[in-house]
Design a binder for this molecule. Structure first.
Ligand SMILES: [Zn+2]
Length: 66
């Protein structure tokens, strides 16, 4: 991971990203939110792992409902 990507990613805090990722289940992110998310997820392993888990959870919720 290069230093620039890491610096850019951390313009958004982990806390902010966790909140945004949790909200994905309820509403789609705006273009700007998606941009900030992808920047941060590229730089932060912890949030990337959290996002993957939430995606799995959303997927299984969707299957459960249908
Ligand atoms: Zn993070």
């Amino acid at each position: 991971m290069n230093i620039l990507a890491r610096a850019l990613g951390h313009l958004v805090s982990c806390r902010e990203v966790t909140r945004l990722v949790s909200q994905l289940a309820e509403r789609p992110p705006t273009r700007f939110e998606r941009f900030r998310l992808s920047l941060h997820l590229a730089a932060c392993d912890a949030c990337a792992a959290f996002e993957r888990q939430m995606a799995l959870l959303r997927e299984s919720m969707r299957r459960y409902r249908s």
